[in-house]
Structure formats: C-alpha cells, structure tokens
Design a binder for this molecule. Structure first.
Ligand SMILES: [Zn+2]
Length: 688
C-alpha cells in the first residue's frame, strides 16, 4: 500500500517541480535573461551553418534553451556560443547523444536510489533499534541537487537544444504514429521541461508540510460528543482523525440499532468543520464536551478548564488559510513551467496525463448514470429507509468471508513462518497465478523479500541491474492473513515494476502512466490472494465487488469535482481571502451535490463533499481515486482468464505512454467506465 503513498509524493513533487507566476514584487531568482534579439541571432547563425532545412528544429531548440536560461548560466554571448557549439544536425549523432543520456541518467538515478535505500534501511526494515546515526542518515538525500546540477553542467541545455519538449496535447495528437524511441525521447524531455528556483520549490515544500501538520493534528474526540438530550453515544477513548477516521467510523455503524444516531452526529461534525463553525476549543481536546447539533461546549465534569476560555469561539478559517497558502506557493511555480503554466494543468496534463475535460467526462459518466440511481434504490431497500446524505459512505458491499479469519491465519502461518519461506515460494505463487515457469523464475530472481517494520511496501528498482524489494511483516508466530493479503498486493507492484523496468526497451519509458495504473495492477494480484492460497473465493464476490466499486466511485468522483472547481475558482480569484475561499468551496460542494446527488438522495444543499482532508494537504490529488477504480475495473475485466501471466507481462511492458495510449494497447480502447457500469448492471439484476 505504501506505493500509493510514494506515488502521491512523487506526484506532489512533480506538481511542484512542474510549476511558476509571480504576482508582483521584484523579479525572482531565475528570471529569464535572454532577449528576443539574442534568440533570433542564435537561430540565424545556426541556420547559416546547418542550412534552412533545420530551421524549425533550430528555432524550437534555441527557444527552449532561452526559456530556461538564467543569469547564473552566463550572458547572451555565452548563450549564443553554447547554441552554436551544441546543436546537433546529424541524425546518427542525435541518436548517439540520446542513447548516452539514457544510459547515464539510468546509472545516476539508479545508484542514488540504491544509496537512499541503504540510508533508509534501519527505518524501513526490522533490523533492531534505530540508532542516532540511522536517524541522521535518514535526512541525507544526495538526489536533491541532481536536476540543478544537470542545468549547471549544461547537460539539460544540450537536451533542450536538440530534443522537443512535448505537451500532453502533442502526445495525444501525434503519439499514435510515434516509434518507441520517439516516445522515449519525449519522456526524457519531461525531466528538463521545468526549471524552478530552489526558493520557489522550498516555499511549496514548506506550505505542504504545514498543511500536513495541520491535518495530522486535526483529531476529533468522538467520546466527548453529546446529543442535545445529553447522551454520549461513543465509547471512552475514541479519538479519530478528520476526515478519514470520521468517515471510517461512520461507515462502521451500519446494521446497528443506534447506528443512525452516531452517523447523523458525525455528519454534523463534518458540516461544522467545513463551515468552520466548529468551536476551536474542541479540536483534539479531551477536557470539553461538545454538542455538534447545537454547537454548545462545556467543560467535562471535573476537568480543569483554563480561565476565560472562549467556549464559543469558532476555528478562524484556518482550514482555508492553509489551503490558500498551498495555492500561493503552487502559483509561484507557474512562470517556470511554460508548457503547463498552472497547478491544475500540471496535475492533469503533466502528472496524470489525462486532459481535465476528459477526466471530468469519465467522472460525470458515473455520477449521472442510471446504474447509480438503481444501486441507490437497492441500498435504500437493504437499509429499509430513505437514504440520508451520509449514505454516500454506505459500506455494505463486502464479499462474504470465505473462511473464518482465524482459519486463514492458521493456513498462512503454517505456509510462511519466515521471510525466507515467502521468498522461496515466489515462483510457486507466480505459477498459481498463471505465469510460465521460466517467467516465474526470471521474476523471482529479481525480487528480494525483506522483513518490514511497517505493514509492508514495494520498492521497485531504478537501474535495470538492480532488484525490486518486497517489504513484508512476519511476526515470530508466522505470517497472518492480513499480512499475506498486503504482501500479495505489494508483490503485484513488484512484478509490474520488474516487467516495466527489466523488461523494457527504453529506460526513459520505464513504469506505467500514473499511480492509478500501478495500483490497479497490484489490486489484480491482491484480489486473487485466496485462490493462490488454494482457498475458494465466495461465488458472488465479483458482483459484490462491482456494486461496491461503483458506489465508491460515485462518492469520490463528486469530491474530486469539488476539489477541481475550487482550484479553478482560486485561479479566477487569486487575491481571495480565507472567508471568500470558504464560501466558494461550500458553494462548489452544494452545486456538485445538487446536480449529481440531490436527484438520488432527494435532499438539496448538502456540503459534506468538502470534508476531504486531501483538498487541504494533497492539492488536486483526489481525481486519482475514481480514475483508479475505473481503470482497475477495466483492466481486471481484460486480465481475468487463462492468459493472465502473458497478458500481465504484455500490458506492463508497454511502459510510460499516455494513459490513453497505454489503455488502447492493453484492452483495445481508451479509458472507459463501460466495464464498471456493465458489471454493475449484471450484479443489480441478480441482487436482492
Ligand atoms: Zn499499492
């Protein structure tokens, strides 16, 4: 699961590195110093040397260099001299230069990754107590200066002068006719497309870190909530983080006699948070009782209360202050990402590689579907009551347990008493999944199983000579079923990583289009964990999975739309105050609700879609969740069946094309919600 987090961090880093638009103030460090006249002069000189047939390439290359050339790189004379000596006209010399860049960058990134893995070993692996030296080394990261150094040494400028930087639009229009090498050259240039001053990146990192801390400390004492008539329905000690803990707690009370009381209370808490009506004194405070319905606060009996505490003082829009900080930091990057000059463009076009309009159309095809309406009717029937707004988190679609968990624990712990026993069985697991023996051996030789401190994660290799690492936790009593389930998911990541790196023709194409794809492929492994264990899965699990997936996609698709709308509003209103942002976000939440949820729930003007903490601490990330569900379902349909091993390898070895091109190669059509909706229709027809 950790890979998801890695993906998230990479994606945030990309969002940041990809960005620039300074509003007012002195010109920032890194402002452009090359005049139009200098560009024209360099172009004319190169055309004179290499002939007019090269004019288009020359103009493009010289402009790309000029856009990223800073004062520290030299004056206009140095710029002209660099262009003149570094332009490559001969195709074979160009190919040799590309090959050299690919080889060297694989070694640089690969070795730095291996050093980093070693530095983090004591914190990642169960190697005994973490020492003072371990903790200091964990902060040591050689890779932070790599991109800077590529510009300082002018390697980056050599690439910019000779190879085109593509936008997503270019790839969508031209990519169908490209060779693998053209794709690889295009991917290489993503790395050099953005050059931002360290100060701009630092501001973004700091804003994100502040947002992270704000969210990490935002706990609600459910055990201190009271109803208007004085009841305290939650057990002593129940403290949950917003929004994840609130949502999970809400979802856990289906099927209980007093479940609705608790669920309504949590909904009210969420509304108080997004409206910033929540009394600031109740946040993570065990000393006070709070009635979310009336918003009254009083000291817990017997607790010492600070004198003069302002019981009714609301949280002063801090949620939106933090959000605005992220916006201003990200916007400062816009000027340094000429091919993707906004945080929204960077998120959709640079990171996700799906145009925002197209992503939105996919989400809307679920949000407005008849299948969602029919599914809502089924949920209402099962609950025996009309739906309430919090039922967007209905959690009843769980496959029936195949066996009692204790029995599964026994099977798993007998088979995998140690890390070594899991390592030894990798070829066996792959064989049971449907990989040919020689392929299973090839994969198993490239994956190292390590004892993890945490729940487990997959760490792919970066150099093709290196190996992927599968981190799993095995207690002294042997592996348990939960650990096994996670290990199979992480194993799926490692197998994908091994094919998409070790089995690929061009290193620059290693990987998959974005984190939704890597999660989808890992999930396909995880879904088959019982089968691999030799235990039959329940017969209706596929139908139940479809119903659960559609409802989860419906819920999170609306949340993702609210996030994107809020960012568009920010770009339209860059000088907004925190209260103005608050009202805009609430307005977007109501608007999305009224359009796609009110017709299903029969209730208008609900604001709970704004509760997701990602909006505050992981800007513009939310769309990856519904897209992930959609992609996972579409791929799952294709990979089910006897050719699993061969097909998995084929799709994983396509590499980092655009999602659209990758999916066409995988299943013969672009990303589509059709398989998810069709599976839901089938499941609805047989569901009671
Ligand atoms: Zn994962």
């Amino acid at each position: 699961m950790r890979v998801l987090v890695f993906g998230l961090l990479l994606s945030l880093a990309g969002l940041l590195v990809a960005t620039a638009g300074i509003a007012g103030g002195p010109p920032p460090v890194g402002s452009r110093v090359i005049s139009e006249a200098a560009v024209d002069g360099a172009v004319a000189r190169l055309v004179a040397i290499h002939g007019p047939s090269q004019t288009e390439r020359i103009r493009r290359g010289v402009t790309q260099v000029a856009q990223r050339w800073w004062e520290e790189d030299g004056d206009e004379a140095a710029f002209a001299a660099f262009c003149e000596t570094s332009f490559i006209a001969e195709p074979s010399a160009l190919a040799a230069t590309f090959a050299r860049l690919e080889r060297v960058l694989e070694q640089i990134d690969g070795h730095l990754h291996e050093v980093r893995r070693e530095l983090l070993t004591p914190s990642d692996l169960d190697t005994g107590p973490v020492t003072a030296a371990d903790r200091l080394f964990a902060d040591f990261d050689l890779s932070v200066h790599t991109d800077d150094d590529l510009f300082k040494t002018k390697v980056a400028f050599l690439a910019l002068l000779n190879f085109p930087v593509h936008t997503l639009g270019d790839r969508l229009v031209q990519g169908g006719a490209w060779s693998r090498e053209t794709w690889a050259r295009s991917r290489m240039m993503d790395r050099f497309a953005e050059r931002a001053p360290a100060a701009v990146l630092q501001t973004i990192t700091e804003a994100l870190a502040r947002a992270d801390r704000y969210i990490a400390e935002y706990n609600i004492r459910l055990d201190r909530l009271v109803t208007p008539d004085g009841q305290r329905p939650f057990p002593e000690g129940l403290r949950v983080i917003s929004h994840w803990g609130l949502r999970d707690e809400l979802a856990s009370h289906y099927g209980e006699p007093d479940g609705q009381v608790k669920q309504r209370m949590i909904r009210r808490v969420m509304e108080r948070i997004v409206r910033q009506e929540i009394p600031v004194v109740v946040i993570d405070n065990p000393e006070v009782l709070w009635c979310p319905e009336t918003n009254e606060v009083r000291p817990l009996q017997g607790a010492v209360v600070p004198k003069g505490a302002m019981w009714s003082e609301r949280e002063p829009d801090r949620r939106y202050v933090v959000w605005l900080d992220n916006f201003h930091a990200a916007r400062a990057l816009d000027a340094y990402t000429p091919t993707a000059p906004s945080a929204i463009t960077r998120s959709f076009e640079t990171e996700r590689q799906i145009p925002e309009k197209e992503a939105e159309a996919l989400l809307v095809s679920v949000l407005g579907s008849q299948e969602v309406k029919d599914l809502a009717a089924l949920i209402s029937r099962r609950l025996g009551r009309p739906l309430e707004p919090f039922d967007i988190w209905y959690s009843g679609f769980k496959p029936r347990a195949a066996r009692p968990e204790a029995e599964l624990d026994r099977i798993v712990s007998a088979r995998y008493p140690t890390v070594a026993s899991f390592q030894q069985d990798l070829p066996g697991i792959l064989g049971r999944l449907g990989f040919a023996p020689d392929k299973a051996r090839w994969l198993a030789d490239r994956i190292v199983v390590d004892p993890s401190r945490g729940a487990g994660h997959a760490m792919g290799a970066v150099r093709r000579e290196d190996k992927a690492h599968l981190r799993t936790r095995i207690p002294a009593t042997g592996m348990d079923y939960k650990g096994y389930n996670i290990a199979i998911h992480e194993f799926g990541h490692d197998v994908e990583q091994t094919f998409s790196l070790g089995g690929i023709d061009h290193w620059f194409l290693n990987g998959v289009p974005n984190s939704a794809f890597t999660e989808a492929l890992a999930m396909i492994f995880q879904d088959r964990d019982l089968e691999v264990l030799g235990v039959a899965a329940p017969a209706d699990s596929r139908d139940t999975e479809a119903l659960g997936a559609l409802w989860a996609t419906y819920e999170i698709a609306g949340v993702a739309l609210v996030d994107a709308r809020a960012w568009h509003w920010l770009y339209d209103n860059p000088d907004a105050t925190p209260p103005q942002l608050r009202e805009a976000v609430l307005g977007a939440a109501r608007e999305v609700w009224n359009r796609y949820y009110a017709p299903v729930f029969g209730i208008k003007d609900i604001e709970i879609l704004a509760i997701y903490s990602h909006m505050v601490s992981y800007p513009l990330y939310l769309a990856d969740y519904p897209l992930g569900h959609i992609i996972a379902f579409q791929l799952g349909e294709k990979l089910r069946g006897p050719a699993f091993g061969v097909e998995f390898e084929r799709v994983a070895r396509q590499g980092r094309l655009t999602p659209d091109a990758w999916m066409k190669g995988a299943v013969g059509e672009p990303i589509s919600t059709r398989p998810l909706l069709a599976a839901t229709r089938h499941a609805l027809a047989v569901a009671r």
